[in-house]
Ligand binder design. Structure first.
Ligand SMILES: NC(=O)c1ccc[n+]([C@@H]2O[C@H](COP(=O)([O-])OP(=O)(O)OC[C@H]3O[C@@H](n4cnc5c(N)ncnc54)[C@H](O)[C@@H]3O)[C@@H](O)[C@H]2O)c1
Length: 437
């Protein structure tokens, strides 16, 4: 089949390349001409394991193309919308990118039917709005129908998630449309959830909100553990063995970040509000998450004698989670800003992220490895749990530092071992006897 994918970010590019891998002819469209020029040369704008290899194979077989013009969507059977839906200034979903694509689509002179597939995470009712808009504005209203097919991939394992998804959700007002989209994924073994567009849109938000809730819940338990002298890792292990709870997303630490959870939880709070519903749990979830970085900086201050003025901090990890170069809403950003505002100096190391000017943070030092970040530091703070940090030679780290404080923001290390190595070690919720924040 022939498909166009609009937006070549994490979702669009993975979707386009993987659909082509399934045997379809795909054109990936983006308004960013530089990105498209690079993609034509095989240069990826993002890091995603396995993507480069598949892209090269599909391009070689001449079934994967790149274009900066939406005109190239003409003559296709499907058009995926995979553009960004960030938060606006107050936290609602900013739909301007989606609206711009739908507007441009309405001006296409279509000679064949086009099924528009909404991959972007959009508030309930957006697919119905898009279809109504296209029917009202297009000169060929009968050609368009809009279905929802939200994306659940995880950055860092996105290709594998596309090929082995736990489910594919398709929301359509007509079952035939849902079946057509299902056919596109022929060859993928999974469970399909065929439903209406509104439920489909809400499945995406509800899933992210639930996972965020799990994370904030365990972080609240971590707060209790610190006061009670218990270890949240032990508590989570015991809880997670209950199959009704499950062990995933029970890691206490610096909370969730990234391009989805923070914005999707806020967007759902506002959608509820617009519908006259007060989503109290989710408001608390977002509030708890926001407080975690403050809690970490307070710990650091306490561990360093009360203030951070002139203190050298080695920061391990900048991306919002391991396995990706994405720094959107990464805890590292808030921590760095807070440390710098208190007069501390930061030297950071991340295996993939080599600069933060894209996030508006300048005047930072970057090291070439974890030891370089620890060199002369009063404290090391582990922010992102990359494998490289787990394997670090901690005795060498200790030797490189001028101080001995280690704040483990992801509870990666064993408190007793760290103390044995001479660190003043603290994790998040590990009952190490520290004062409470
Ligand atoms: N990143 C994730 O892990 C993830 C997972 C699931 C769902 N989602 C959702 O998928 C959507 C896309 O996310 P992303 O992370 O890939 O976004 P992104 O910001 O990385 O990429 C969006 C791309 O769309 C392009 N674009 C914007 N407007 C355009 C237009 N009018 N025409 C052509 N191209 C245009 C941008 O140039 C950019 O390359 C969002 O709604 C997001 O919430 C993301």
């Amino acid at each position: 089949m022939r498909a166009a994918v609009v937006g070549t970010g994490y979702v669009g590019l993975v979707t386009g390349v993987c659909l082509s891998h399934l045997g379809h002819e795909v054109v990936c469209v983006d308004r960013d001409e530089k990105k498209i020029e690079n993609l034509k040369k095989g240069i990826l704008p993002i890091y995603e394991p396995g993507l480069q290899e598949i892209l090269e194979k599909c391009a070689e077989k001449e079934r994967l193309f790149f274009s900066s013009s939406l005109q190239s969507a003409g003559g296709k059977d499907f058009l995926f919308i995979a553009v960004g839906t960030p938060s606006d200034e107050i936290g609602r979903a900013d739909l301007s990118q989606v609206e711009a694509v739908v507007e441009a689509l309405s001006r296409l002179e279509l000679v064949e039917d086009l099924l528009v597939v909404m991959k972007s995470t959009v508030p309930v009712g957006t697919c119905i709005w898009a279809e109504t808009f296209l029917k009202e504005k297009s000169r060929r209203p009968e050609r368009f129908r809009v279905v929802s097919c939200p994306e659940f991939l995880r950055e860092g394992t996105a290709v594998d998630d596309f090929i082995h998804p736990e489910r594919i959700v398709i929301g359509a007002e007509q079952e035939g449309d849902a079946r057509k989209v299902q056919e596109l994924f022929a060859g993928i073994e999974t469970r399909f959830v065929l439903t209406d567009t509104r439920s489909s849109e809400l499945i995406k938000y509800a899933s992210n909100a639930f996972l965020a809730t799990k994370i904030s819940f365990i972080n609240e338990i971590a707060g209790i553990c610190e006061r009670a002298g218990a270890d949240v890792k032990e508590v989570a292990r015991g809880m997670g063995l209950d199959s009704r709870i499950g062990e995933k997303f029970l890691n206490a630490g610096l909370g969730y970040g990234g391009s989805c959870f923070p914005k999707d939880t806020l967007a759902l709070i506002y959608q509820a509000e617009d519908l006259g519903y007060d989503f109290r749990i989710l408001k608390a979830v977002a509030g708890v998450n926001e407080g975690l970085r403050k809690r970490a900086v307070q710990k650091l201050e306490r561990l360093l004698g009360g203030n951070l003025q002139g203190k050298k901090i080695g920061l391990w990890g900048l991306s919002f989670k391991p396995g990706t170069d994405d720094i959107r809403e990464a805890p590292s950003l808030t921590l760095i800003q807070k440390i710098k505002a208190r007069g501390g100096e930061v030297t950071a190391y991340d295996p993939l992220v080599k600069g933060l000017s894209a996030a508006g943070i300048d005047g930072m030092r970057y090291a070439d490895d974890p030891y370089g970040a620890a060199e002369g530091a009063d404290a090391v703070v582990l922010v992102t749990e990359w494998e490289e940090f787990r394997k670090a030679d901690l005795a060498r780290v200790k030797k490189a530092m001028s101080g001995n404080v280690f704040l483990d923001g992801r509870n990666v290390f064993d408190p007793l071992e760290m103390k044995g190595l001479g660190f003043v070690y603290e994790g998040m919720g590990r009952g190490t006897g520290g004062e409470m924040s």
